[in-house]
Ligand binder design. Sequence first.
Ligand code: NAP
Length: 457
Amino acid sequence: MSKYESINPYTNQLIKSYPNATQQEIDQALDVGEKLYLTWYNQLPATRSKSLHEIANNFSKHRKEMAKTMTLEMGKLYQESLEEVDLCINICNYYADKAPSMLEPTTLESELGSAYYLKQSTGIIMACEPWNFPLYQVIRVFAPNFMVGNPIILKHAHNVPASAELTEKIIEEAGAPKGSLQNLFLSYDQIGDVIADKRVQGVAVTGSERGGSSVAEAAGKNIKKSTMELGGNDPFIVLADADPDVLRNVLGDARTYNCGQVCTSSKRIIVVESLYNEVMNILHDTFASLRPGDPLNESTTLAPMNSQKAADKLAEQVKKGIEHGAMVNYQYPEIKSSGAFFRPMILTNIDKKNPLFNEELFGPVAEVFKVKNEEEAISLANDSSFGLGSSVISSNVSHAQEVASQIETGMTVINGRWITAPELPFGGVKKSGYGRELSELGLMSFVNEHLVIDVSK
Ligand code: NAP
């Protein structure tokens, strides 16, 4: 792990460095979290609704400050940062309103006696989060667990420490009980120690396969429940009856939102041959019309990558792919900037032997595959170790639903690109991880489904 540093990727200038947590700070955070868990354990979730609404209100109050902080340290377009804060406000309000009834006991039919199960809190949950949506990734775990009664210890990515601190501050200032969310700048070794601590009952990870497998290993060793929201290589399947207007609208930002750094970006565009030229033209127009610049400026539509290291890594992956036969159909012209820009590109001719075939490209690179028919499209979509999201573009919705059911991913959007909302479950299969965040499914991730049965006759 690198140091916790806030670096503006538009200038590559260091804004501020942050020291790692001390052992004393870690012990104190665990004590405070445990105390809060025990207090919350005897309170109904509904008693926390007002507080979560107040947290949402405080994010509204600090909307611009939060958005600017995220843009400054990971480079996303300011407008996208504002959208992220708004989404998080919705998530908080959603759980504040809906969680109390979702967390009511469920009655079970049994011949053995009258039975039900409670949905109880379990303890401190550690959240290991990535930089790509510095607030959303945290709130996806925080809001539901706040209602369940599980305090959060946050280990955020090393390059978004200011966002992590501000998130903690906004929650605290809203009047949330001390310990509701505690941010710690932990080293990898310290993460292992926290997971092993008996006061910690679960780990939620969003990140790459590399981070996920390491944290999942520590969780498994210590018999701690975990959820893994990992990478994706999402197929975007264009069927022969796709509506060209829908295609144009959807492809507009399916690969370029957040500078292509979305786990569910449409990374593999799989097109039946009759629409291949149409799709290539749309992608070409979309990429060529991007305007690079300062992500804080409203007129900018192409942001820098989150860091120079990420831009260099992507360039290296692409170079290797080209050496193995991939062809560059388009690349954006030279960008004169000292920032971490990557020139968006369209790649074709990626065969199964190419290392790119089964790698996630986390940036503005569209990989386009021409297929003969729908059957070949489905087979290619499923030929991946990832299984996060997918899209199917077709003017026959019921047929698209049949196609969706044949794709091995956790989510499929028909006639759209990736999507997220508080009421919709988010997550994948295969190396994209396990478990779900958001929706009622996500709310239950770290709940003790405590069976109570009366067998007295
Ligand atoms: P990452 O390197 O795995 O980092 C994610 C988090 O895990 C960070 O806090 C990171 O800390 C920590 N971490 C990394 N390696 C670790 C290790 N060996 N031991 C303990 N902690 C470790 O992922 P990223 O590159 O920042 O994020 C991009 C990835 O996230 C992409 O693959 C993307 O698809 C995926 N993602 C998935 C979803 C989803 O919902 N499925 C959503 C968003 C992103 P440091 O920063 O200190 O290394």
